[in-house]
Design a binder for this molecule. Sequence first.
Ligand code: SAH
Ligand code: TYD
Ligand code: ZN
Length: 413
Amino acid sequence: MSTAEVSHDRTCRICGGDLDVFLDLGRQPLSDAFVTREGVDDEYFFDLVVARCLGCLMVQLVDEVPRERMFHADYPYRSSGSSVMRGHFEDVARRMLETELTGDDPFVVEIGSNDGVMLRTIAEAGVRHLGVDPSSGVAQSAEQAGVRILADFFEEARAKEIRQADGPADVIFAANTFCHIPYVDSVLAGVRELLSDTGVFVFEDPYIGDILEKGSFDQIYDEHFYFFGASSVTRMAQRHGLELVDVERLPVHGGEVRYTLAREGAREVSRAVEDLLAEEERRRMHTSEPYEAFAQHVHDLRVQLRKVLEDLRATGARVVGYGATAKSATINNFCDITTDLVSVVYDTTPEKQGRLTPGKHLPVEAMSGFREDHATHVLLYAWNHEAEIRANERAFEERGGKWITFFPEVRIS
Ligand code: SAH
Ligand code: TYD
Ligand code: ZN
């Protein structure tokens, strides 16, 4: 299928600066586009190339996939699919209620509210809120959970309408969403429009520092357009009259940072910001060194993973995949993993089951099948949920089953 709609801009999407490409992961399908058997000849591909801006330091994709191709009524990702993530977002909501939403009739807006995993706790507390999410299927699930929803893309025009209808927001929150949005100028202009004078924009996304350290290149796919760090976020905020006032490292999704932005001068800047900036400097993240080392690590991992899977195939082992994650699209397509290496992928999401993984067409089946499968090895695509999954799958280990993980190196355990 053609890639004509994809824009190839070799300058920074934020500041117009020059881009330094450090990794080319080749032609890739859309990571959440699970295909039906009839749809296999009609897949959409784009070039997955990652670069660092020499001006503002932001790590970003070179090609931008049109947003409606990724986020639509059939978008299959359900945030509530992990009990650890449900707990995480319940904590986020409770903390927000205790610290930021304490005034008279407070108001919180979430960008990318998905199935309501965070806002349901806010709704239950009777606090005014609005979830904005263009994927109407997931938005419907949120509505069923009692969450008020605007099923659209958040951008400047929407922010103005929300401010007019509901007044200023005390908190604007976005998890695993802001990094999905190439058009940050419009979003940050919208944030300025909508935020109260002392309000905060809080977002959490995979941290570039963790990705470089682990070599976790599967965080790179169509939806993840930016890879934030304290240095790049500081600069991005400044361009919009905003200031990075706090950062917090998070263990979820393989390592994230929660960034808090406020209007310039409105809040004190925490010590944690200084510390993370100093750490990034120490790690020389403003130079090409760690990115070049990362690219080498990624190429080594591909060789290692293929060798392990080919050796297992030769011994007659049966390898299956666990978790049809968006991340796995990059693993499968970059490492050329086909059904002779991984027979089937098990996943709890009904919207993915009965379909084929993008690009390599591994069949996705319901998790109930895993318990009856005689697999000897499991490739843990959902490695970011390892603790939760291994606790639930003790029986597999007890019968001698082995897990294959791949960051920071390929391991069978
Ligand atoms: N916050 C959830 C969902 C992350 S998935 C979590 O952390 O688990 C990313 C979500 O962002 C999807 O539901 C997608 O539909 C939504 N999204 C993408 N672009 C958006 C935009 N411009 N405004 C609001 N939501 C957006
Ligand atoms: P996740 O790693 O959260 O994100 P992404 O798709 O962005 O890479 O996806 C987790 C996937 O794994 C999701 O399809 C649900 C599935 N899953 C299971 O099948 N079983 C589990 O126990 C968990 C935690 C997830
Ligand atoms: Zn830039």
